[in-house]
Design a protein around this ligand. Structure first.
Ligand SMILES: Nc1ncnc2c1ncn2[C@@H]1O[C@H](COP(=O)(O)OP(=O)(O)OP(=O)(O)O)[C@@H](O)[C@H]1O
Ligand SMILES: Cc1ncc(CO)c(N)n1
Length: 292
């Protein structure tokens, strides 16, 4: 009688996996993101950590708020108690050699004040402030009264500030409909004491995505072709985190913002065909080797 049962595959017949590279690597620079969590993963801390990783930085986090969010919108915001934010900050700064910091969603006047106090004490080196006010889907992420605290307390201590057009309008009281308005807003913001101002042009019309940079009084533009994509969730967080990562690896501020622009443009290009979620989808942050 013939045995019709299949011949068992010997255990050692599985394909040999490509060995992962286990060579020791140098200690990475440490970056810190003080920002909100985006449950959908596209913006906030989740985007920041991926951008830090792409630049070879070791990312740490202080969580200011937990948002219930996806590509279609924000359905809940839970602000973390100030004492917890303070302890997270101390836990990171007391132990890890943070060389650059990015702030995103700070939610309340109290948290803007806490971050400004830490910066005034010299505890937040190379501070990149992304003044997050409203999500791309229109949900408020900062209480209105906190705008004054940004202008009076935090911006004077920032190395770089990266408002988008609606944020620059709120911070300066100017209407911005084109590059000349963006230039004027950048000058107003430089007047607060921030060393490098970037007014991002993602929200302006036109075939190019042009950002105005005012660095130590010198103006220049970051200019790239506008990518035809619905997937723009988290571009602002990504730009600011990449800027902090550039500073952390030793770039001068003008070089850091230029590298951040190239990085965000590449992330947008790579994710242009992605279909994740029913609204504006996330970027492709990883698998990009950022020269530096
Ligand atoms: N479609 C696009 N093509 C190319 N670059 C873009 C596009 N949209 C935005 N950018 C660039 O992405 C960066 C972030 O700009 P943007 O003004 O969109 O920020 P934001 O509104 O803060 O982002 P977010 O969607 O995270 O709130 C800028 O460098 C901007 O020029
Ligand atoms: C948590 C968080 N931070 C920032 C933004 C802005 O894109 C967002 N949508 N969510």
């Amino acid at each position: 009688m013939t045995d019709s049962s299949p011949t068992p595959t010997p255990l050692d017949a599985s394909p040999t996996p490509t060995p992962l590279d286990a060579s020791p690597t140098p200690t990475p620079p440490v970056t810190l993101s003080i920002a909100g969590s985006d449950s959908g993963g596209g913006a906030g801390l989740q985007a920041d950590l991926r951008a830090f990783a792409a630049f070879g930085c070791f990312g740490t986090t202080v969580v200011t708020a937990v948002t219930a969010q996806n590509t279609c919108g924000v359905s809940d915001v839970h602000v973390i108690p100030t004492a917890s934010v303070e302890r997270q900050l101390a836990a990171v700064l007391d132990d890890l050699p943070v060389v650059a910091v990015k702030t995103g969603m700070l939610a309340t006047t109290e948290l803007v004040g806490l971050v400004a106090d830490a910066a005034a004490d010299g505890r937040l080196p190379q501070l990149v402030v992304d003044p997050v006010l409203v999500s791309a889907t229109g949900h408020r992420l900062l209480e209105p009264a906190a705008v004054a605290a940004y202008v009076e307390r935090l911006l004077p201590l920032a190395s770089v500030v990266t408002p988008n057009v609606p944020e620059a309008e709120v911070l300066t009281g100017r209407r911005i409909t084109g590059l000349d308005d963006a230039r004027a807003a950048a000058r107003d913001l430089a007047g607060t004491g921030t060393r490098v101002v970037v007014v991002k042009g993602g929200h302006l019309d036109g075939p190019r995505a042009v950002d105005v940079v005012l660095a130590d009084g010198e103006e220049h533009l970051l200019d790239a072709a506008r990518i035809d994509t619905p997937n723009v969730h988290g571009t602002g967080c990504t730009f600011a985190a990449a800027t902090a990562a550039g500073l952390a690896r030793g770039d001068a501020p003008a070089d850091a913002v230029a590298a951040a622009k190239d990085y965000v443009t590449t992330c947008l290009q790579r994710a242009a065909g992605w279909r994740l979620g029913g609204g504006p989808g996330p970027l492709d942050h990883l698998g990009i080797t950022v020269a530096g």
